[in-house]
Design a protein around this ligand. Structure first.
Ligand code: PMP
Length: 448
């Protein structure tokens, strides 16, 4: 939807995805209650969802609405740190008292607290790179770092399912951008080869100033892991840099929570730029880049989001430091290891039960993200509303976040879901899936 090219959008613009025709807009008006529904509690295993909700900016209605307690299968609170953790929360409260919610300054000015420095050392150690830099937002990390790394004369090759923040950064960079088929190392190699031959200029030995291949650890609409070992081998062969977005995988997967490198046996030294966010497994906000000392030093001088944007909130920084310490067992307990086992077991249980019921489920084993395919866009509101009526909150996604005919419900499992919670979710999803005709495969017979 292009605001800049439209005449008069009052009443439509804030809520309508990129549909210009009148009828599609009207459909979206009718299903808008399924999106951006206000919540009234922390994003824990259970969440208070506002019942009566109007998207027409009727603030009185928002205020007078009551909320109902729902099983939360939609938030990215993978390790359960986002709501009242016994180790993190007291420390966050202390840091709030000491530092205030914001440093009121950019990192390069007066916005660097001791906590920021501590977090950067900790995250570098955690992911296995020499240095790191943090930003106030994960989205901004991608969209502002990519243009600083590659510019005109450079080539970006991006997975076709990469997140919008990566797409924004790639477009803003001025580099030539090509997309390879989602998670297809052979197509990546084809594109690389073609571009290296095509880009060769007479008299130059290098066709592009720099080649950057961008992938994600877990693809957030599918729950699939990146085919990282194969992609790393191709990048080495063609001397391309590799940029790995671990927004959904850092903290959540790998034996000690160190993400897809640990899970898939890739040496972090083979990943040039490791990006991640603090909004998922660590229950906070902000993003990071971990890389060589040289790259991080360069970013500190060149990246506008470091130089001109207010730094991460100190309380948010403290939350991440505390959460990583729990994951590493440095809080003196084994809660981190337990959380990692819980999320793995819960995710695998939920996925296999859904498959047994006859749903088409996307996502790899061990991934906390899974998609229940609904296909037809019209099934989204029916699925979302019927689940909510039975106190289960799910996120449904359709075009433009997915291809038009691949609408889905996206489930995120958290370590804070008990087996009882998961069984409640499965029971409701099974009933609702039957009602809307989402069980596309024959149910697996019970094993005796
Ligand atoms: N990268 C990916 C792959 C994401 O899924 C997201 C958001 N979900 C982001 C970056 C942006 O991160 P944040 O929401 O922390 O700003």
């Amino acid at each position: 939807f292009d605001w800049s090219k439209s005449d008069d959008l009052r009443g439509y613009a804030p809520i309508c995805p990129p549909f210009e025709d009148f009828y599609t807009r009207r459909i979206y008006h009718r299903i808008q209650d399924c999106f951006a529904r206000p919540i009234a509690s922390a994003p824990d295993a259970w969440i208070d969802v506002v019942e009566r909700y109007s998207n027409d900016n009727n603030k009185t209605l928002h205020r007078s609405s009551t909320a109902s307690r729902c099983l939360n299968l939609g938030s990215y609170n993978y390790l359960g740190f986002a709501a009242g953790d016994e180790y993190c929360t007291p420390r966050v409260i202390e840091s709030l008292k000491k530092y205030a919610p914001t440093a009121c300054s950019a990192r390069a000015d007066a916005g660097t607290t001791r906590l920021h420095v501590e977090l950067e050392e900790l995250i570098a150690r955690f992911v296995g790179k020499p240095a790191a830099i943090t930003f106030g937002m994960g989205y901004v990390t991608n969209s502002s770092i990519i243009p600083v790394l590659v510019g005109e004369g450079g080539l970006i090759i991006s997975d076709s399912f990469n997140h919008n923040s990566i797409v924004s950064g790639a477009r803003a960079s001025g580099a030539t951008v090509h997309v390879f088929r989602h998670n297809s190392p052979s197509h990546l190699e084809e594109v690389l080869r073609e571009q290296i031959v095509k880009g060769r200029q007479p008299g130059t030995h290098r066709p592009w100033r720099k080649i950057l291949v961008i992938v994600e650890g877990i693809y957030s609409m599918e729950g699939e892991f990146c085919k990282l070992p194969e992609i790393v081998a191709i990048c080495k062969k063609y001397k391309a840099y590799i940029y790995l977005d671990e927004a959904h995988s850092i903290g959540a997967v790998g034996k000690s929570g160190r993400g897809v490198c640990e899970l898939l046996g890739v040496d972090p030294a083979d990943i040039d730029i490791m990006m991640g966010t603090f909004t998922k497994s660590f229950g906070s906000c902000g993003g990071y880049i971990a890389a060589s000392e040289e790259i991080i030093r360069y970013l500190k001088h060149a990246c506008p989001a470091h130089l001109y944007a207010t730094s991460m909130s100190p309380a948010a920084v403290q939350q991440v430091i505390s959460a990583i310490k729990v994951v590493l067992g440095e809080d003196g307990s084994n809660r981190g290891a337990k959380k990692l086992a819980q999320i793995r077991e819960g995710s695998n249980y939920f996925r296999s039960e859904l498959k047994k019921m006859g749903f088409v489920v996307l996502g790899d084993n061990d991934s906390p993200v899974m998609a229940i395919m609904l296909y037809n866009l019209a099934k989204l509101p029916a699925f979302s509303r019927a689940c909510l009526r039975q106190n289960v909150a799910v996120v449904t996604v359709g075009y433009p976040a997915t291809p038009v005919l691949l609408a889905r419900a996206r489930i995120c499992i958290s370590a804070s879901h008990t087996r009882e919670d998961l069984n409640k979710g499965l029971k409701v999803i099974s009933e609702v899936g039957g009602l809307v005709g989402a069980k596309c495969l024959p149910a697996e017979p019970e094993k005796t």
